[in-house]
Design a binder for this molecule. Sequence first.
Ligand SMILES: Cc1cc2nc3c(=O)[nH]c(=O)nc-3n(C[C@H](O)[C@H](O)[C@H](O)COP(=O)(O)O)c2cc1C
Length: 339
Amino acid sequence: MITFSCNSKNEIDPKKVKHLSTVPLFLAPMAGLTHVAFRQLIAELGGCSIFYTEMLNSRIVANRSIKDDIFLKKGAIDRPLVAQLVGNDAATMVKAAVILQKEGFDGIDINMGCSRKAITKHGWGAAMLNDPDHALEIVRSVRDAVCGFLSVKLRSIEDHNEQKLIDFCKRLEENGVDLVVVHPRTPKDGFKRPARWEEIKRVVQELAIPVVGNGDIVTVEDILRMHEETGCSGVMIGRAAVIRPWIFWEMVYGMKWRGNILDILEKAAFLFEFYLPESMRTGRFIDFCNWILRNYAFYHYMIKRLCTLKSIAECLDFLKQEIGSESYSLVERPFGGRL
Ligand SMILES: Cc1cc2nc3c(=O)[nH]c(=O)nc-3n(C[C@H](O)[C@H](O)[C@H](O)COP(=O)(O)O)c2cc1C
């Protein structure tokens, strides 16, 4: 059981507290990170409104046996849970979406944001934005095939062409998409340039359906600022959810979290062992540590050591010694507030 210790000095600006429970928070899809065990951890910590799976290859979902597929496994309380699909063949996307709906996912998301070469070289992810008509054909086909919640997560259009982004989002709306998530960076921007929140605002102004903002949230103050500046209906959190899994809790309760990171690591260790197959456990646990340990000034040293260890139990023993030894100080805003 993870306990949260709080005191009144830790309150977030009381003038803003009225917003706290009114901004739904979304856990971003992140390949290698937002697997069932991590989502369950976030759910147990509390405060996250909607969970997204990491991207699921539509070809694999449509054509291989999904029985015991770890990427489709759901936790006990990570709900509502949206399954994110990547692919650009209409028949395959439809088949995969129908399977996922039958499997009990609460919604489907189409990935139009991933800029990794391994994805875009197939014309998938952000590459779909280069051929809007085809992208919309996929959306229409999936919309006709599934009756539940359908979202699209996309990046900015090349050269930050706002008008093209708005036109495309309007067409998504016309074609029956229930919600769009805007990560306002172009594929070329990668993660190097700051997300241009003003583009989220422009899309919000033009669409009737909910628009969720995404990009560069580090703290609760950032969530409130994004909500205020853009008018978005919800905020999606990616990297900060792994660095500070308690950010959702802080948002809901309006207090700074003052718990012990070791408690979270122990809980994560238990959940990773419980949910993930043996072949994935240690690797995924170290991947998780690679983010959460950024709260410590000397995280590079800890990660280097963790990478030499062979089991979660060994990792945990090492972390107990290091973190318990109080030889490290917590970093107030990891990387000076920039992710
Ligand atoms: C390790 C990693 C994996 C990601 N995988 C996905 C993915 O599977 N699908 C997707 O739409 N976006 C993916 N993203 C992008 C995030 O969902 C999010 O849009 C991006 O990190 C910006 O949000 P942030 O600034 O809150 O991190 C990934 C990001 C990271 C860092």
